[in-house]
Design a protein around this ligand. Structure first.
Ligand SMILES: NC(=O)c1ccc[n+]([C@@H]2O[C@H](COP(=O)([O-])OP(=O)(O)OC[C@H]3O[C@@H](n4cnc5c(N)ncnc54)[C@H](OP(=O)(O)O)[C@@H]3O)[C@@H](O)[C@H]2O)c1
Length: 485
């Protein structure tokens, strides 16, 4: 450590990417490189953890236990948390550049992607991101309604893990749901839901699916639902060789799991999940009340695309499936932050190894960095963000202390690739807190979040649930305010 005043870093967003970045900074920055670093994390919601709280399925509590790692980071004496602060509303990029040596954008990909198919906006047709936010108690989605009480068949478009989460949540037995932290408003509706068949649609084949093996295998182990795969449709979708997929162990195992499903005799559960392939929605069709009544599908064939992958090409074959609910689970999308460069095409902040790039000159912007989905797009599992954040932190340390930290980290950026250091005019921790409190008097500190956490856990305890989530901002602020300075 040195006697120099600390280098001050603002991390925007408190999901896995933001927390891994903060963790690396506090560990590498202080211990490894003789630089004192202070990290302030700004978060739009009163609560931290991003998609670990509001994206990971409630029946996956082990995945959520990763927050213990983030709690250790939050307990670091050089870490501060400011929740309920919206970047671009309560504080601007320019404000932060006045107070911090560096900003790390970690805002993820909060939006959904449309399919661009007629009828997509009909009542009953939803983005999976909204449904996921709703059952997880995200305050932005609490008010939404999903008509699970009259629809009997749901179609889920997409062959990724979000599609599997959505399908599973729709058919979980009340006993499987009861011990989870599913938001209370959703718990009731899901437990009484009438959906008995969920059809998951892949536009390509099983070898090209983005599922991971444990998640696909889990579908075959549900208490209340059979998993159905038609042998002929599966083999037809595997008929075109895919050398890339054959090299991929996850893809090969997915195919084995699906072939096993195709041999199974249904156990006679009253719910079923059907996996179908080489099918894309061509139109969402209304019923006589103007709600979703059916999905018209078009059959695809696999043809080589430039680069060696196989792409889905529509044929003339069509079929229509009656369905009262549809969820598009075709990937998340990043949204621009006010004043920060954004690449509309890939929906990420343009960057080189985490250094934000000026879109005009292509040069790194001094003092601006990016991690996680808003850096690389919505891919990978939670742990992927650890390595991703390390790359950005290495780049930042190389910029801050080019002759020492960079070399030790092996961050071999040339002088031109490096971002020049940014010098803030007011690197004062008290001044920035005063500014934030003047803009957002209902600031939530980490002790405010700890009060929320204790409160939610206490509510869940009598029923053996990990927590009962507070889902409205006013409730969250009320509980936080009772215990924070
Ligand atoms: N339990 C877990 O570990 C877990 C849970 C949830 C999410 N995640 C991770 O979070 C990330 C995001 O998951 P995700 O499921 O949203 O995305 P994803 O893994 O990227 O899957 C998106 C799926 O949508 C399909 N798709 C895209 N555009 C389409 C279109 N126009 N029509 C039909 N299908 C289309 C894709 O097919 P193509 O391949 O043909 O493009 C792909 O099958 C992934 O990395 C995922 O593994 C992990």
């Amino acid at each position: 450590m040195t006697d120099q005043p600390p280098i001050r870093i603002a991390v925007i967003g408190s999901g896995p990417a933001g927390f891994y970045a903060a963790g690396h900074l506090l560990k590498d920055g202080v211990g490894g490189h003789s630089i004192n670093l202070d990290v302030d994390m700004l978060e739009r919601l009163p609560t931290p953890w991003g998609l670990v709280r509001s994206g990971v399925a409630p029946d996956h509590p082990k995945i959520k236990s990763v927050t213990r790692v983030y709690e250790k980071t939050a307990a670091h004496p050089r870490f501060r948390y400011f929740g309920n602060v919206t970047f671009g509303e309560h504080v601007s990029r320019e404000d932060l550049l006045e107070h911090y040596h560096a900003i790390v954008y970690a805002t993820g990909s909060p939006s959904d992607r449309p399919l661009g198919v007629p009828g997509e906006q009909l009542p009953g047709s939803h983005a999976a991101t909204e449904f996921v936010g709703w059952y997880n108690g995200h305050p932005d989605h609490t008010h939404l309604e999903f008509d699970l009480l009259s629809a009997e068949r749901a179609v889920v478009v997409g062959n990724g893990n979000v599609a599997l989460d959505v399908a599973r949540m729709l058919v979980l037995a009340p006993d499987e749901l009861a011990p989870t932290d599913t938001a209370d408003h959703a718990l009731d509706v899901l437990a009484h839901g009438r959906v008995s068949e969920v059809i998951i649609l892949g536009r390509r084949g099983p070898a090209q699916a983005a599922f991971t093996n444990p998640e696909l295998r889990e579908l075959g182990e549900l208490a209340d639902a059979d998993v159905i795969v038609d042998h002929d449709e599966l083999e037809r979708a595997l008929a075109v060789a895919d050398p890339q997929a054959e090299q991929d162990i996850t893809s090969r195992r997915n195919v084995e799991i699906l072939r096993d499903y195709a041999t199974r005799t249904p156990k006679g559960h009253h719910k079923r999940i059907v996996l179908r392939f080489l099918l894309s929605p061509a139109a969402f069709l209304p019923d006589e009340h103007g709600r979703l009544g059916a999905v018209e599908l078009i059959r695809n064939e696999l043809v080589p695309a430039p680069g060696g992958a196989l792409r889905a090409q529509p044929t003339d074959e069509r079929e229509t499936i009656p369905a009262g609910l549809a969820f598009r689970a075709i990937g998340y999308r990043g949204i621009p932050l006010p004043g920060v460069p954004f690449d509309e095409r890939s929906a990420v902040i343009p960057n080189s190894a985490g250094r934000v790039l000026d879109p005009d000159s292509g040069a790194p912007l001094p003092g601006e960095y990016v991690v996680g989905w808003i850096k690389r797009g919505p891919s990978g599992v939670i742990g992927t963000n650890k390595k991703d954040a390390q790359e950005t932190v290495d780049a930042m340390l190389a910029d801050l202390a080019p002759s020492s930290a960079g070399e030790r980290n092996g961050a071999s950026a040339s002088a031109q690739e490096r971002s020049p250091a940014h010098v803030p005019s007011t690197p004062d921790p008290a001044a920035v807190e005063e500014l934030l409190r003047s803009r957002q008097p209902q600031l939530v500190t980490y002790s405010g979040w700890e009060a929320i956490d204790r409160h939610e856990r206490a509510l869940g305890e009598p029923a053996g649930r990990p927590r009962v989530k507070l889902t409205r901002i006013d409730e969250l602020l009320h509980v936080a305010a009772a215990e924070q300075p």
